[in-house]
Design a protein around this ligand. Structure first.
Ligand SMILES: Cc1cc2nc3c(=O)[nH]c(=O)nc-3n(C[C@H](O)[C@H](O)[C@H](O)COP(=O)(O)O)c2cc1C
Length: 336
């Protein structure tokens, strides 16, 4: 753990604000794997190997998606302070394994879009509850697709009945595989329910109602065993908007781009009054992800799957204090 120190010409309070915005990004099981090395001329984004979920995410792909999401928040927060962020993804050995480096690229003049996305950072939440039956308007869908494009990724909306059935079957197959995987189940227990503490993990208050067998889309249960108290009296909507966020190629660089795209999509959704939750099982189980890739035509790489609709407000999840996100020994700049 290090101290928040001035960087990029910003005073400590502003640096804290930027890191706080970064930390509000979504992450697998709220693991918050991002860490920041603060140098006078740059901010390095690293990850904490201690926050990896080795059974659920053995290739750290979702860890990089999460860090990409935090990176988008960092960019927006810097823009809010009038700084044009200059980002290098995977800067190489000189940066000590950093996933990204952010430098000052001159002045940024706020736009309506950058301001509204920055405002949405604190309001975006994963909503695991049933949504209302109202369909997502086509115009909203187009704006979500555009958000992914802006971050060099692709958002595929699953619209035909045939594709929906195939995706749903894959989600359920992957869900069953994970229920039978002791390592994945142990990580779920470790990171959720009453064991989620010290600013980490998914508290039971953030779990939705227990998914029933008739629920078409298998949702991960974040409060197993607490079902009696969790009946919402409302079934899951039968026909949500389901989208697959894809990259155009495979590997860490594409995953960091997809993470930024994920967050831009979620923030645009928030500004439109939409809620979203994840159906990650299908991209976590290798054979299901490979099948999904084929369903999508074979040229895109599925990174995450989202269920989107109009929902009711849900409480926030905890976050680590900002000082715990700062890597120590970065006050003196030795240069890359
Ligand atoms: C890559 C990734 C995968 C996720 N997968 C799931 C999932 O399968 N099911 C789920 O309910 N939430 C999933 N989440 C959401 C996280 O649990 C959530 O972001 C975290 O608990 C923080 O809560 P918040 O999004 O409300 O801030 C995922 C998030 C990320 C970034």
């Amino acid at each position: 753990m290090g101290a928040v120190v001035p960087t990029l010409g910003l005073a400590e309070d502003d640096v804290s604000g930027v890191l706080e915005a970064a930390s509000l990004a979504p992450s697998l099981h709220n693991s918050q794997p991002w860490r920041f090395a603060l140098h006078p001329d740059r901010v390095e984004l690293h990850f904490d190997p201690g926050e990896q979920l080795l059974a659920t995410d053995p290739e750290s792909r979702e860890l990089r998606l999460s860090c990409g999401a935090a990176l988008l928040n960092t960019r927006l927060a810097l823009q809010g302070l009038g700084i044009r962020p200059l980002v290098t993804l995977l800067p190489g050995q000189g940066a000590g394994g950093a996933l990204a480096v952010v430098r000052r690229g001159g002045r940024f003049t706020a736009t309506e879009e950058s301001c509204s996305l920055l405002r949405a950072v604190a309001h975006r939440r994963t909503n695991r509850h049933p949504f209302f039956d109202d369909p997502v308007p086509a115009r909203h869908r187009q704006l979500l697709v555009r958000a992914a494009e802006q971050e060099r990724s692709w958002l595929h909306a699953v619209t035909t009945r045939e594709e929906k059935v195939r995706l749903r079957d894959l989600v359920q197959l992957a869900h069953r595989d994970q229920l039978a995987d002791p390592g994945v189940q142990a990580e779920l227990r470790e990171w959720t329910g009453d064991r989620a503490d010290r600013g980490h993990g998914v508290p039971s208050t953030s779990a939705g109602p227990t998914p029933a067998p008739q629920d078409e889309w298998a949702l991960r249960d974040f409060a197993p065993g607490a079902s009696a108290a969790r009946s919402s009296g409302k079934d899951y909507e039968p026909d949500p908007l389901v989208v697959v966020l894809c990259s155009f190629y495979d590997g860490p660089l594409a995953e960091l781009q997809a993470g930024q795209a994920l967050q831009r999509v979620l923030l645009v959704a928030t500004t439109l009054g939409l809620s979203a939750s994840f159906l990650s099982q299908v991209v976590e189980v290798r054979r299901a992800r490979d099948s999904l890739r084929r369903v999508l035509g074979g040229s895109l790489f599925p990174q995450t799957v989202l269920r989107i609709g109009f929902g009711s407000p849900v409480p926030p999840t905890p976050r680590l204090p900002v000082r715990e996100l700062v890597l120590s020994s970065c006050g003196v700049d030795t240069g890359p």
